[in-house]
Design a protein around this ligand. Structure first.
Ligand code: ZN
Length: 207
């Protein structure tokens, strides 16, 4: 997911990660030290409409994949990324919705995430998506959700999220079910955005 508006916070966080990378050179380790940026698929793409498969078990390969996804997300910059967005149809998402400048990053890696409870209260937020660049529209979702997932170390986790975290975790889990934020919009608005993306992809192919 991409946040609307200029995002100085991300620049600040990248600086923090830069420092972290320097620490790694001195022998310390950090789980979110990325290896490789992946290419993000742009809508429309059939892979973005598919239901992703549950992960039977964790492996080093999957852990490294999650590192790549965090690297790709921070670089974009974005606050959430789902595996189908890089063409991998497995139930894995990453997110970091830390808002405040100077606040420590909080990279979350979620294998097989699911929403197990949602509030009746809703909130509306101008959503964007790394697979739908430069397009934003308000989407209404439950204001608070409880998610359950397996973390990078294979431990079961559960947490209740509010605010931007709640929006982001729902947006990313939607990706695992082949659903995009534009699917919540009117057909006319969705079509308009899809045409813009088709045009963008034609232009990108020409370059
Ligand atoms: Zn998205």
């Amino acid at each position: 997911m991409r946040r609307a508006g200029p995002d100085l916070r991300v620049a600040a966080r990248k600086a923090v990660i830069g420092t972290a990378s320097a620490n790694i050179a001195q022998g310390q380790s950090l789980s979110y030290m990325g290896r490789m940026k992946r290419q993000i698929l742009i809508h429309p793409d059939p892979r973005l409409k598919k239901v992703a498969a549950p992960l039977p078990d964790l492996s080093d390969e999957l852990r490294l994949l999650s590192d790549d996804m965090l690297e790709t997300m921070y670089d974009a910059p974005g606050i959430g990324l789902a595996a189908p967005q890089i063409g991998i149809l497995q139930r894995l998402i990453v997110l970091d919705c830390v808002k405040e400048d100077g606040e420590a990053p909080r990279p979350l890696v979620m294998f097989n995430p699911e929403i197990i409870a949602a509030s009746d209260e809703t909130q509306s937020y101008e959503e964007g998506c790394l697979s739908i660049p430069e397009q934003y529209a308000p989407v209404t979702r439950p204001a608070e959700v409880t998610a359950r997932w397996m973390d990078r170390d294979g431990r079961a986790q559960q947490e209740t999220f509010g605010g931007l975290w709640a929006i982001c975790v729902q947006h990313e889990i939607d990706h695992l079910d082949g659903k995009l934020f534009i699917d919540y919009l009117t057909p006319m608005k969705r079509q308009m955005i899809t045409r813009k993306m088709q045009k963008l992809k034609r232009e990108m192919a020409r370059d």
